[in-house]
Design a protein around this ligand. Structure first.
Ligand code: SF4
Length: 352
């Protein structure tokens, strides 16, 4: 029987809430979930998303994951990250001349096809596609649509995708970013958080320097993330997806979750903040987190005709034909990285 009725603010629809079957849930058995803390945990019909009522499906997923789950790995300490990593994009203008000293980012969305297969045969081919020289510095940021990531994940059980990624020579790779939404069943949240962390061990096992991405929302999940990091003291760089949080209130909640990790984890952390170009947000990140690297889709904006104006400290539209995109993009990269490099920092504990 329904436990109660939930009336939306509009008053238009009534959602029936049901108590989820926590007693039979694997997460409850593992001490990983203390109960339905989101409204969506009490909704039977979640469409394509995993609901708290999908007990058998969850047990099968976990059994499969446990069979492949690697033991804890050696994680090399990542040091010397810049204040900003400009993201490159597919369709970069030919003749774009990129500074070889700069570390650039490529998103997983641009590395794999819709069916999850990796597009490039070698690190040289990959760099050439993004207008980089054969020894260009590059990292992989797992910013990717969930559907594509699911295909890639399924393929990882049969193909040696982690080894292929290692062969590209990325300076580091972020872990997977299966989405975790505030409006999501607890089961859906925890399964995706678990897969994001397991991907870190898959990558480390393949010999890739890896940065975990934390999408945790609920406090007990943040505590679990802090514990996971405490058990891996050489992981000093952690990532968060700022791009998912559009409003000021959402961004404030995102920042508070990063600060929770900063305060709870006993060793110093450096934060890789994915997808942030708002100047006031960037200044706030550096002030409140201290050690920060920001990634921004500068090349894509350039392709679309936007240039980082260093005086206005924002992207401005440049009419087509007024300035060649191949020159405008390096100018944006220079201006944006200089702005982030000069941002005043809050207190940063020394990395030993
Ligand atoms: S994940 Fe859902 S079903 Fe499982 S214990 Fe948590 S609230 Fe209950």
């Amino acid at each position: 029987m329904p436990s109660e009725a939930f009336v939306e603010a509009s008053g238009q629809s009534i959602l029936r809430l049901f108590p989820p079957p926590c007693i039979r849930c694997p997460w409850s058995g593992r001490g990983r979930c203390s109960g339905p803390q989101t409204v969506d945990s009490q909704l039977r019909d979640q469409g394509k998303r995993l609901s708290c009522f999908d007990i058998q499906k969850t047990a099968d997923l976990l059994e499969n994951l446990d069979r492949h789950r690697p033991p804890p790995q050696q994680y090399p300490v990542l040091l010397g990250l810049p204040a900003a990593i400009p993201m490159l994009c597919e369709g970069m203008p030919e003749m774009t001349c990129l500074d070889p000293q700069i570390l650039y980012g490529i998103s997983l969305d641009d590395l794999i096809y819709k069916n999850g297969r990796i597009k490039y045969a070698s690190g040289r081919a990959l760099r050439a596609a993004f207008q980089l020289p054969p020894d260009g510095r590059v990292c992989l940021v797992a910013s990717v649509k969930d559907t594509r990531l699911e295909e890639f994940w399924a393929r990882s059980y049969t193909d040696r995708v982690w080894g292929q990624i290692q062969e590209f020579g990325f300076e580091f790779v972020t872990g997977a970013t299966f989405s975790v939404f505030e409006m999501h069943s607890r089961n859906g949240q925890i399964v995706n958080e678990d897969r994001n962390l397991v991907s870190v061990d898959f990558l480390a096992q393949a010999g890739v320097p890896v940065v975990p991405v934390f999408c945790e929302i609920v406090e007990e999940d943040l505590e679990n993330a802090a514990q996971w990091l405490e058990e891996r003291p050489t992981i000093r760089v952690v990532a968060g997806l700022a791009q998912s949080w559009k409003t000021s209130q959402e961004f404030a909640r995102f920042l508070s979750r990063m600060k929770f990790l900063k305060n709870q984890v006993p060793h110093p952390l450096h934060f890789l903040i994915i997808g942030c170009t708002s100047p006031w947000r960037i200044l706030k990140l550096f002030r409140e987190l201290g050690a920060v690297t920001v990634t921004a889709n500068i090349a894509l904006r350039g392709v679309k005709g936007e240039w980082w104006d260093p005086d206005r400290r924002e992207f401005v539209a440049v009419p087509e034909g007024a300035w060649g995109r191949e020159d405008m993009i390096p100018s944006s990269i220079g201006g944006f990285t200089a702005f982030c490099g000069a941002a005043p920092r809050g207190s940063v504990p020394m990395v030993q």
